[in-house]
Design a protein around this ligand. Structure first.
Ligand code: NAD
Ligand code: UGA
Length: 480
């Protein structure tokens, strides 16, 4: 029986391995992690991550051919194929700080694999890593190999949170990069055989190692660039009276451009877009390509601009101050259908409003008070370390309360900011909300999900990203 071990039981390792176990009953899959709480949660009824359909898949396989364990060394030494899906945060200190990927966790995993292995292994990069990481890993493994043959493959993951199970069941493509040697090709074939259990052959792409590593960074950069492009247009729409939804519809009808990923928003978030672009920028700089680096940097700059612009709209429309005013924040996760808050635009928007001394009442259907408080008091990039290694927040942010209902959050508020596109925010009783708010009552829709005309009929002053401005907002500058 082929044995697979995955190091790292996170948003990628957990769902990916659960689907492999589901589709390959003849393969034994062990997911291991240094975080005891995470593994305990995977073995309980309360899984550590919220992802539609995940619980079902885990329940079907757990205890049969899918195991979650903290016994990292045992499972690594027994495995034929080892996936490494550990954190690859942005470095906060030293060379490349603020840009380069911190490969501490990757390196420690590689050294441990070398230490405990007694048979030949295929080691698969699942984490998103800088180009040429495979070479570094190869060196660590071969210099400590005791005669064991290690083949390194790059098999980046393209799933998006909230749709992870569907993305894994029906991937657009599976990418496998490996050495162009007979042993390298044999390793590629062994991994292809795993995916071939459910992925059509023409969707499994084999490339060299460096192409696979770079394709992952490139794909995320292209996706984020689309959002920054449409968000840049949204600012121009507001200035000219155009409607960004109509513009993106018209643009997306061009089959060369396509309709997906053109929704203007308060900004993109998530654990990877910013991190991976920073990483790409750093690689370009290291390779003497400053023009290319600056091109991609701009994607992040526009994203920061969009979050600032939103905060400025809120503050300027409320008589240029939110000091002491209650602002309701609906949605804190970086997108709907996930409880993940990593790099969510809500963090920057909330910090901006707190900077102007607002009082915030936050509601998100999937994010806990503890998580929100952590996020609002944590330093940039600290979130991307294993939970038990993150610095604890010294004190909770006093001006923030977290409530469990949108009506409670909006009661007596001066304004409402919608920051995540949860479906339930579309169908709230906005008349009831209006009746319980201070007047004038404002709605700032950072996701364009409410019917602005209906809300205006109720009496709200409404701001929707990239839409013709409410007369109230027309003369108020959004750019500081
Ligand atoms: P995560 O933080 O959810 O999970 C990583 C896990 O690795 C943590 O549970 C941590 O405790 C564990 N870990 C760290 N070092 C370890 C070690 N030495 N031994 C055992 N366990 C260790 O992160 P994630 O979101 O799953 O991302 C993992 C990688 O996949 C990153 O490189 C990320 O860029 C990439 N990626 C993420 C997504 C996504 O949607 N989240 C999608 C594609 C790729
Ligand atoms: C993204 C990619 O879509 C995945 O392919 C990739 O594997 C993953 O990053 C990763 O490497 O981590 P994810 O971040 O989970 O997935 O979610 P997305 O659906 O891409 O959304 C990212 C952010 O962009 C969210 O904040 C979302 O609200 C925002 N977004 C998305 C927009 O503002 N507008 C859009 O049109 C689409």
């Amino acid at each position: 029986m082929v044995k697979i071990c995955c190091i790292g039981a996170g948003y990628v390792g957990g769902p990916t391995m659960a689907v492999i176990a589901l589709k390959c009953p003849s393969i034994e899959v062990a997911v291991v992690d240094i975080s005891i709480t995470r593994i305990n949660a995977w073995n309980s009824d309360q899984l550590p991550i919220y992802e539609p359909g995940l619980e079902d898949v885990v329940k079907q396989c757990r205890g049969k051919n899918l195991f979650f364990s903290t016994d990292v060394e045992k499972h690594v030494s027994e495995a034929d194929i080892i996936f490494v899906s550990v954190n690859t945060p942005t470095k906060t200190r030293g060379l490349g700080a603020g840009k380069a990927a911190d490969l501490t966790y990757w390196e420690s995993a590689a050294r441990m694999i070398a230490d405990v292995s007694k048979s030949n292994k295929i080691v698969v990069e699942k984490s998103t890593v800088p180009v040429k990481t495979a070479e570094a890993i190869e060196k660590i493994l071969t210099h400590n190999s005791k005669g064991i043959n290690f083949q390194i493959l790059s098999n980046p993951e393209f799933l998006a949170e909230g749709t992870a199970i569907q993305d894994l069941l029906k991937p657009d493509r599976v990418l496998i990069g490996g050495r162009e040697t007979p042993d390298g090709q044999k390793a590629i074939q062994a991994l292809k055989d795993v995916y071939a259990h459910w992925v059509p052959e023409d969707r499994i792409l084999a490339t060299n190692l460096w192409s696979a590593e770079l394709s992952k960074l490139a794909a995320n950069a292209f996706l984020a660039q689309r959002i920054s492009s449409v968000n840049a247009m949204s600012a121009l729409c507001e200035a000219t009276g155009a409607d960004v939804t109509q513009v993106s519809h018209a643009v997306g009808k061009d089959s060369r451009i396509g309709p997906k990923f053109l929704n203007a928003s308060v900004g993109f978030g998530g654990s990877c877009f910013q991190k991976d672009i920073l990483n790409l920028v750093y690689i370009c700089e290291c390779n003497g390509l400053p023009e290319v680096a600056n091109y991609w940097k701009q994607v992040i700059k526009v994203n920061d601009y969009q979050k600032n612009r939103f905060v400025n709209r809120v503050v300027s429309s409320m008589f240029n101050t939110v000091s002491g005013k209650k602002i309701a924040v609906l949605g804190f996760a970086f997108k709907k259908d996930t409880g993940d808050t990593r790099e969510t635009p809500a963090i920057d928007v909330c910090k901006g409003l707190l900077g102007d001394k607002a009082r915030l009442s936050i509601y998100d259907p999937q994010v806990s008070e503890e998580q929100i408080q952590r996020d609002l008091s944590m330093n940039k990039f600290d979130w991307d370390h294993p939970l038990h290694l993150q610095p604890l927040s010294p004190t909770a942010v006093k001006q923030v309360s977290v409530v469990w209902d949108a009506y409670e959050a909006t009661k007596d508020a001066h304004g409402v900011c919608i920051l995540t596109e949860w479906n339930e925010f579309k169908t709230l009783d906005y008349q009831r909300i209006y009746d319980n708010m201070r007047k004038p009552a404002f709605v700032f829709d950072g996701r364009n999900i409410v019917n602005a005309e209906k809300l205006r009929e109720i009496g709200f002053i409404v701001y929707s990203i990239g839409k013709p401005l409410d007369p109230w907002l027309e003369d108020m500058p959004a750019v500081a």
